[in-house]
Ligand binder design. Structure first.
Ligand code: GDP
Length: 580
C-alpha cells in the first residue's frame, strides 16, 4: 500500500558536533543500516551522501516503535560531518541540510565546537536533534548492542539510570544557558517547544532506531513544506570538485530539487563568476556500487561529469537551465556567492575555502568582538601579505586563513614584511591563537608608547667634552637621573628651551636612549653652545604636563621623583598651577 500521500523528497540530514564526540562513528552506524548484514564490511563507495530508503527506514523503526507511519521517501545523510561542512553546503543562501544531528559526548558535555555548531544551526535556522553519545561509558552499564535506546534502557540497573539522568540534566542545563530548551526525547510532549535529546552509543550501535524515528517524526510533522518535491526547477549543491585530466571536471553534488538529466544545461558559480556548462554524465550509488544514470530525482548524492574545466565554487548551487532562463539563474548565483559578513574599516583579514566557512568564522569573530576588515575566499597570496603589512594599525596586520594554503611567495613575503598569518582548520583554536597574538601586540604597542613617553630626567654637559658649538651642538653628557631619549626636548632651570636631542652615541654605537649614570656624546639641535646652553649646566627633559599628571600616582624611581618635583618647581615659576 502506498503511504506516501504527498509528493515529498528525502529530508537532507547533516551531523555536527565537537571533535571526537562520535560524528563519524554515528554516520558509520547509519550507513550500516543501509547494507545487508553480511555485506556490512563492504560498504559501497559513496558520493557525498548516504540514502536510507523508505523500506529500510520503516523496518528499522518498526522493530522498536510500532505506531510510527513513515510517509517520507527516506532520509539522505550527508557523509561529511561537522559544522564547517554544514555551513559550506548551501541551497540558495540557506543551509542545504533540512535537519541536523548535534552529537554531544554525554560525559564531556558542551565543548567549543558544540557551541560553534549551535551558532551555525541558529544562524541558518536549521532544526536539530541532539544525540547524547557514549552512554556505554556511564558507570554500571549493562552491555547491549545493535538495538534501540529504549531497549537498552530497559536492561539497566537503577544506579545506571540515575547516572544517565544526571549527565542528561547537565546537558539540558548547559543548553538552556545557550537559549535552547531541551529534554530526553521520550519525555517530550510538545516537540515545538523542546529540542529532543536521544541517548546513544555510536560505538555499540545503540539508539540509531530512536534517532531515525525522531528525525522521521519531526520531518513529517514540521518539515513537509520544506521537503516538497519540486519538478519545476532542478537544483543541487556542489560539495566537492575534481578536475579529471582530459575528461573535464567532476562535481560531487547533493541534488535537492527537481530531476537532473544527462545532457542538461546547467549554470554554476566559478571563481570567475557564473558560467554555463553541460552534464556529460550522471553517476550515482546503486545497490551494487557506482552506476551511470540517464536521469536522477532529488534528493540524491550524485557525481556529475561536465565537459568544461571550470574552477567551480564549492558549496554553491547548480541550476538546470531550461529555455532562456540563464539571466535569472546567473543573478541567483551571483547573490549566493556573496558572503553575508559585516566589514569594519579597521580589523583583521579572513580567508576561507568557501562562503559558508568564511561566514562561520566571521560570526565567531563577532562573538569574540574582533572586527573584520576584509573577508575573501581563496588561498593566502603574496598580495594579501603586502596589503596587510602596509596597514596603519599594527593590530590589523594579520590574516586568519581557514582551510586554505599559503602560497610559496606569500611565505617569502612574510619574512620581509610585517604581517602575521594564523592558519588552520579548527575555528576555536585559531581564535585562541589570534586573541593571544592581539594581546601580545597590544602589550608591545603599549610598551613602545611607554618607552616613547618622555621621562623626568636630568643631564649635565661635561665641560671637558665639547666637540662642536652649533648645528648641531655636540658635547659629552652625563645622565644624572631618569632616561634621556633621542627626540626629547630639553629646558634649562629657567624653563627656557635648551634644544632637542638629535642623537646619542657611545663610541661607534648609536643609542635611542641613555639611562642614569651613562656618559656619552650627544648631538643637540636648535641651540648654540654658550648662547642658550652652557658647559656644566644642568638640563631637564621637557616632560608635557599631562604625562607628569599621569605619573604622579604611579610608583617611580626616587630620583626620577626628585627630578619631577624639580621640574614642577621650574614650570610653576611661569605657570602657578602647572601639573596640578
Ligand atoms: P568525531 O571526531 O566526532 O567524528 O568522532 P569519532 O566518531 O571519530 O569518534 C571518536 C572516538 O570516540 C573514536 O575512538 C570512537 O571509537 C569513540 N566513540 C565514538 N562513539 C562512541 C561511543 O558511543 N562509546 C565509546 N565508548 N566510544 C565512542
Amino acid at each position: 500500500m502506498e503511504t506516501t500521500k504527498k509528493n515529498l523528497r528525502e529530508p537532507i540530514v547533516c551531523v555536527l558536533g565537537h571533535v571526537d564526540h562520535g560524528k563519524t562513528t554515528l554516520l558509520d552506524d547509519i550507513r550500516g543500516t543501509t547494507v545487508a548484514k553480511k555485506e556490512a564490511g563492504g560498504i559501497t563507495q559513496k558520493i557525498g551522501a548516504t540514502e536510507i530508503d523508505k523500506n529500510t527506514l520503516e523496518t528499522n523503526i518498526k522493530n522498536y516503535f510500532k505506531n510510527i507511519q513513515v510517509t517520507i521517501p527516506g532520509l539522505l545523510f550527508i557523509d561529511t560531518p561537522g559544522h564547517v561542512a554544514f555551513a559550506n553546503m548551501r541551497s540558495m543562501g540557506g543551509a542545504l541540510a533540512d535537519i541536523a544531528i548535534l552529537v554531544i559526548d554525554v560525559n564531556e558535555g558542551l565543548k567549543p565546537q558544540t557551541i560553534e555548531s549551535i551558532d551555525v544551526l541558529k544562524k541558518y535556522k536549521t532544526p536539530f536533534i541532539i544525540a547524547a553519545n557514549k552512554i556505554d561509558m556511564i558507570p554500571y552499564f549493562v552491555s547491549s548492542k545493535d538495538t534501540s535506546f529504549k531497549e537498552t534502557l530497559s536492561k539497566q540497573r537503577k544506579e545506571y539510570v540515575d547516572f544517565l539522568d544526571e549527565k542528561i540534566y547537565k546537558i539540558i542545563n548547559d543548553l538552556y544557558v545557550k537559549g535552547i530548551s531541551s529534554d530526553r526525547y521520550d519525555r517530550i510532549t510538545d516537540f515545538t517547544k523542546s529540542f529532543a535529546i536521544v541517548p546513544i552509543s555510536a560505538k555499540l550501535n545503540i539508539g540509531v532506531p530512536d534517532i531515525l524515528m525522531v528525525l522521521t517524526g519531526l520531518a513529517q510533522r514540521f518539515l513537509e513544506e520544506h521537503i516538497q518535491f519540486e519538478s519545476k526547477s532542478t537544483r543541487g549543491s556542489v560539495i566537492e570538485i575534481k578536475k579529471e585530466g582530459s575528461l573535464g571536471t567532476t562535481l560531487d553534488t547533493i541534488l535537492y530539487q527537481g530531476v537532473l538529466h544527462k545532457g542538461d544545461k546547467i549554470a554554476l558559480n566559478t571563481i570567475a563568476g557564473p558560467a554555463v556548462t553541460k552534464v556529460k554524465a550522471i553517476i550515482a550509488t546503486g545497490k551494487k556500487g557506482m552506476v551511470e544514470k540517464e536521469s536522477i530525482k532529488s534528493a540524491a548524492g550524485i557525481r556529475i561529469l561536465i565537459t568544461d574545466k571550470l574552477d567551480v565554487l564549492s558549496g554553491t548551487s547548480i541550476i538546470a537551465i531550461k529555455g532562456s532562463k540563464t539571466d535569472a539563474a546567473f543573478n541567483e548565483l551571483i547573490n549566493e556567492s556573496k558572503p553575508d559578513i559585516k566589514l569594519s574599516e579597521n580589523g583583521i583579514t579572513i580567508k576561507a575555502e568557501a562562503i559558508g566557512s568564511l561566514e562561520a568564522i566571521a560570526y565567531e569573530m563577532e562573538q569574540n568582538k574582533i572586527n573584520v576588515r576584509e573577508a575573501q575566499i581563496g588561498d593566502i597570496t603574496k598580495r594579501d601579505i603586502i596589503n596587510v603589512s602596509t596597514l596603519n594599525n599594527p593590530l590589523d596586520r594579520v590574516i586568519v586563513g581557514f582551510n586554505v594554503n599559503t602560497s610559496g611567495d606569500a611565505k617569502e613575503a612574510m619574512e620581509t614584511n610585517n604581517a602575521k598569518v594564523i592558519s588552520g582548520n579548527v575555528i576555536y583554536s585559531m581564535i585562541d591563537d589570534l586573541t593571544k597574538w592581539l594581546e601580545f601586540k597590544k602589550n608591545e604597542i603599549e610598551e613602545e608608547k611607554k618607552n616613547n613617553k618622555p621621562v623626568p630626567s636630568k643631564l649635565v654637559i661635561m665641560p671637558d667634552y665639547i666637540f662642536r658649538a652649533a648645528k648641531p651642538v655636540i658635547v659629552g653628557i652625563k645622565v644624572l637621573s631618569g632616561r634621556v631619549k633621542v627626540g626629547d626636548k630639553l629646558i634649562n632651570g629657567k624653563n627656557k628651551y635648551a634644544g632637542t636631542i638629535k642623537s646619542l652615541r657611545d663610541g661607534d654605537v648609536n643609542h635611542q636612549f641613555a639611562d642614569k649614570g651613562s656618559e656619552l656624546s650627544c648631538a643637540i639641535d636648535g641651540v648654540t653652545l654658550n648662547r642658550q646652553i652652557f658647559p656644566d649646566e644642568d638640563l631637564y627633559v621637557d616632560v608635557p604636563e599631562n604625562v607628569v599628571k599621569e605619573m604622579k600616582d604611579q610608583d617611580m624611581d626616587p630620583d626620577v621623583k626628585t627630578t619631577m618635583e624639580e621640574l614642577i618647581k621650574i614650570k610653576r615659576k611661569d605657570e602657578q598651577f602647572w601639573g596640578f
